[in-house]
Design a protein around this ligand. Structure first.
Ligand SMILES: O=C(O)[C@@H](CO)OP(=O)(O)O
Length: 248
């Protein structure tokens, strides 16, 4: 018995293109990002990995990516489950800031600590910051639990319990699950699936728009550790591009 789980980071967003820290800011896909999403759907169809259910975050770049890929794969009709727990990591006071400028201002070490360390969150975002989510109706139910910054550990702590209680149930029922989410929320899940250490996860980057297939065994651990990118060549270059962000 095995289970099919597909992780899909959204296609390029406006702020990926501009090299800005994004987090919970709800920016749209670029035209290139929309094309990546459609190509993602083609890859699903080519590999006969047709999702039976899709999970998305509450952010339009993941929602649109899921929609465009499912449209291409002719699976627009499947059930959709959306939850804030799949959201990108909240980037705190860095949201809206230029990555290269932050790196120049604070230095490489602090930049990488904020960006990739497991447990050092950026400073909290101020409620009056134009990029704060305070008052956003989609997070009203969260009340005081709504984050104002997060490190990767915080994402693991919100996302993994949800994965275990919701997603595993669908997998158990024999459904092929597509999870359309974000660079850091998917890093949190990959850390958990592959048992990556707090230190080593710093070196793992996920490219936009390329489906990553995990075949899970009976105990829901990967039969193909690290997963399999459906377009491995494109993934290699794209992973390097994410790693180099902030460099000039
Ligand atoms: O800005 C962000 O929200 C994320 C993903 O684009 O960036 P990074 O890869 O630097 O964590």
């Amino acid at each position: 018995m095995s289970y099919d789980l597909i992780l899909l980071r959204h296609g390029q967003s406006d702020w990926n293109e501009k090299n800005l820290f994004t987090g919970w800011v709800d920016v749209p896909l670029t035209e290139a990002g929309r094309a990546e999403a459609a190509r993602g759907g083609e890859l699903l169809a080519e590999h006969n990995l047709l999702p039976d259910v899709v999970y998305t975050s509450l952010l339009q770049r993941a929602i649109t990516t899921a929609h465009l890929s499912l449209e291409t794969a002719d699976r627009l009709w499947i059930p959709v489950k959306r939850d804030w727990r799949l959201n990108e990591r909240h980037y705190g006071a860095l949201q809206g800031k230029d990555k290269a400028e932050v790196r120049d201002q604070y230095g490489e070490e602090q930049f990488m600590l904020w960006r990739r360390s497991y447990d050092t969150p950026p400073p909290e975002i101020d409620d009056n910051d134009p990029h704060s989510q305070t008052g956003d109706p989609r997070y009203m139910d969260l009340g005081d639990a709504a984050p104002k910054t997060e490190c990767l550990k915080d994402v693991v702590e919100r996302f993994i319990p949800y994965y275990e209680s919701e997603v595993i149930g669908d997998l158990k029922a024999g459904k092929t699950v597509l999870l359309a989410a974000h660079g850091n929320s998917l890093r949190a899940l990959v850390k958990y699936l592959d048992g990556i250490s707090d230190e080593d996860i710093a070196g793992l980057n996920i490219p936009t728009g390329i489906p990553l297939h995990y075949k899970l065994g009976e105990d829901f651990t990967p039969l193909n550790p690290g997963g399999t990118y459906l377009d491995p060549e494109a993934a290699k270059d794209a992973i390097q591009a994410v790693a180099n962000q902030g460099k000039k």
